[in-house]
Ligand binder design. Sequence first.
Ligand code: GLN
Length: 238
Amino acid sequence: MPDSEITVALIYPSLLGTYGDRGNAQVLQRRLEWRGIAARVLEIGLDQDIPEQCDIYLLGGGEDGPGRTAAALLAAQPSFPRAVNAGRPVLAVCAGMQLMGHHVGELEGGYKGLGLLDVTTTITAPTRTIGELTIRPTGDWSTELITGFENHRGSTSIGPDAQPLGTVVHGVGNGAGEPVEGACAGRIIATYMHGPVLARNPALADRLLGWAVGAPLAPLEMANVDALRRERLLKASR
Ligand code: GLN
């Protein structure tokens, strides 16, 4: 049991909050409190410095312009890469994943990412990818399908220093020619999945929380969470 309150940092929700991903912060806080662990959500505004000692950092989805602005603001925050490189967990969703990478958009009109995750995003698709997205996680951390909702025009390729979050079972995912979705490296988890993704996938939430707490977590049996998962997985299977 941690001896101090767990802090979940929600970065620039006014820019990266278009698709309801702030719900991920609430899920993490509740899943800690249900286990008797004190937790708080720290919303970080555009005019505030990024604290280096938060326990989890969340980046949500946003439109292209706000993604560019968020990347520029974060590039001026040396505490954030220090926290990431120190192994503090990060969940980066959609635009959040894109800006964690090397570059977003076309060479002329695009913008430089933070270079903290080995991905590169182009935004050339003529139409947006919108719909239910289901993936089978890579690695051995979980055997449960991961379900979410995707809404993006970006296509994200993964370099040698990252691996996919999963392989696509239903939907599009990264859309860069291979049937994979998201990207992971170290304690960075990046995905195109909204939902919020942690509301639909408790195992993913608990993976981040296990890193933050630094100890195994007591299991939680939540009938309503399981019902949501079943409903969304059924929706995607039709
Ligand atoms: N604007 C980016 C894109 O369209 C990210 C969208 C999002 O965050 N849902 O690819």
